[in-house]
Design a protein around this ligand. Structure first.
Ligand SMILES: Nc1ncnc2c1ncn2[C@@H]1O[C@H](COP(=O)(O)OP(=O)(O)O)[C@@H](O)[C@H]1O
Ligand SMILES: [Mg+2]
Length: 235
């Protein structure tokens, strides 16, 4: 579904991604982990057409899209839940959800069934929602674009543990269908619960890839690149 091959991405003169390659198969859920500043969002921006790579390839749904504008990649089926949620505060919940909506399996009612809280708050402005509700709104909005691949950039950021669990449950529930999922996280536990496969990123490079079980056992990788304490810790 997505093949990123050796991309080099810059912000002006600042070279951020150094030959990053990542693959997400059809229906696969892949987690991308790494500390703050590792380059995770930049990778997402490169894939989504917001900060195109200077070199390398991005193949999405069979098309080389590395030179496409963001709207065209979105239309091809990339549904993005951006870091920080980016909901429109003055617009109602319903209006936020319908921005970018396209016909398909996901309809407003189905999103309301997934997040009943959004149905209750349908007429409220987005800015009045809690952080968790705003995240649900951002996920619902992405689902309503009816894309083939859902990309979530740190959906758990700044949320209480109980909300993080709810988001985790929802993302898990989305797995196994036609949707491919790329989940960017700093929350190691959430990522491992959801992912079929994991990449670890550091300083603009992929430094490890494998299964969740493999990462569980890779103490050195967890300690060096994820700040996860040895067994017994609760990081
Ligand atoms: N708009 C930008 N302009 C210049 N540098 C940036 C910009 N956004 C991010 N960076 C830099 O790129 C690096 C990777 O950032 P980012 O992709 O946001 O990491 P992550 O999402 O893993 O926290 C960091 O060193 C960050 O300071
Ligand atoms: Mg980020």
């Amino acid at each position: 579904m997505l093949e990123v091959e050796g991309i080099q991405t810059y912000y002006g003169e600042s070279h951020v991604l150094h030959g990053v390659s990542v693959r997400v198969g059809p229906g696969e859920a892949v987690a991308l982990l790494g500390r703050n500043g590792a380059g995770k969002t930049t990778l997402i921006r490169s894939v989504a057409g917001m900060t195109p790579p200077r070199d390398g390839r991005v193949v999405f749904d069979g098309q080389a899209v590395e030179h496409w504008p963001a709207y065209r990649i979105a239309r091809r089926g990339l549904a993005l839940v951006p870091q920080g949620r980016r909901i429109f505060a003055p617009l109602s919940v319903r209006e936020n959800l319908l921005l970018g909506a396209r016909s398909g399996e996901w309809r407003l009612e189905k999103v309301y069934d997934l997040f009943p809280r959004l149905r209750e708050r349908e007429g409220q402005s987005g800015g009045t929602l809690s952080g968790g509700e705003q995240q649900m709104l951002a996920i619902g909005r992405a689902l309503l674009t009816n894309g083939r691949m859902l990309v979530l950039d740190e959906p758990s950021e700044g949320l209480a543990p109980i909300v993080v669990r709810e988001i985790g449950r929802v993302v898990q529930g989305l797995k196994g269908g036609r949707l491919s999922i790329l989940l960017v996280e700093q929350n190691y536990h959430l990522a491992l619960r959801v992912a079929d496969r994991v990449y670890v990123m550091n300083k603009g490079q992929i430094v490890w890839e494998g299964t969740p079980a493999g990462l569980e056992a890779a103490e050195e990788i967890k300690r060096r690149f994820l700040g996860v304490a040895e067994a017994g810790g609760d990081a």
